[in-house]
Design a protein around this ligand. Structure first.
Ligand code: AMP
Length: 220
């Protein structure tokens, strides 16, 4: 199964990806996670990507395309993958099409998680991330232990962090970028027969999960 999850920041792509990889025994490829890892390692990619990410801007296409190309060549992708946060521009989608064509594989589903802008601020400003295991919490919807610690026994002493791009101003900027650069992908994939499904993501995680499962059951 090869799936793309499209959606604005805060629409739940990361959370839903974690469910889908378990259901289908496939791997999650999150360009955001890969970039944050590069920033932590302070390698060449990380050094370049950092300033774009801190502003909430998109990292240049050619860097992202190289990153994905390298990642989907790995053996662990042979059973399938879910792309979370990629593609984010039409050029990235076109490059992905070329990569998949070369490998003689096709996409099974593109799922667009729809959510109103007004809901995103609340979702993202309440988000907290464990710096060790990268699990995400929400102060209201998935509260951390004692309001600030990861629930995993191995991480329990680690205080959760707020992402640098989760401030209200940056969230607004990221949403504008989403509308300008990523939303055209809905049309891009809509033109490909039967591949795009729009799901209203303004429900609890479990309800959205059920809707995704229902969609994917028609593709398997
Ligand atoms: P995310 O964790 O998906 O919200 O991504 C965090 C940040 O990483 C974004 O705001 C961008 O700066 C960068 N990023 C992630 N994926 C991409 C992509 N496909 N294209 C360009 N920049 C990206």
């Amino acid at each position: 199964m090869r799936i793309i999850l499209l959606g604005a920041p805060g629409s739940g792509k990361g959370t839903q990806s974690k469910y889908i990889i378990k259901d289908y025994n496939i791997i999650q490829i999150s360009t955001g996670d890969l970039l944050r890892e590069a920033v932590t390692k302070n390698n060449e990619l990380g050094k370049t990507a950092k300033s774009y990410m801190e502003k909430g801007d998109l990292v240049p296409d050619h860097l992202i395309v190289d990153l994905i190309q390298f990642r989907i060549e790995k053996q662990d992708c042979s059973n399938g993958f879910i792309l979370d946060g990629f593609p984010r521009t039409v050029l990235q989608a076109q490059e992905l099409d070329k990569m998949l064509k070369k490998k003689k594989i096709t996409l099974d589903a593109v799922i667009y998680l729809m959510i109103e802008e007004s809901k995103l601020i609340k979702r993202l400003t309440g988000r907290r991330v464990c710096p060790t295991c990268k699990d995400e919490y929400h102060l209201e919807f998935k509260p951390p232990i004692s309001g600030k610690f990861c629930a995993k026994p191995t991480c329990s002493e680690v205080e959760l962090e707020t992402r640098v791009d989760d401030t209200p101003e940056k969230i607004k900027h990221r949403f504008n970028i989403f509308k300008q650069q990523t939303l055209p992908l809905v049309e891009y994939y809509q033109e490909k027969t039967n591949i795009l499904t729009k799901i209203n993501a303004d429900f609890s995680m479990n309800i959205v999960r059920e809707k995704i499962q229902k969609t994917l059951s028609t593709k398997a």
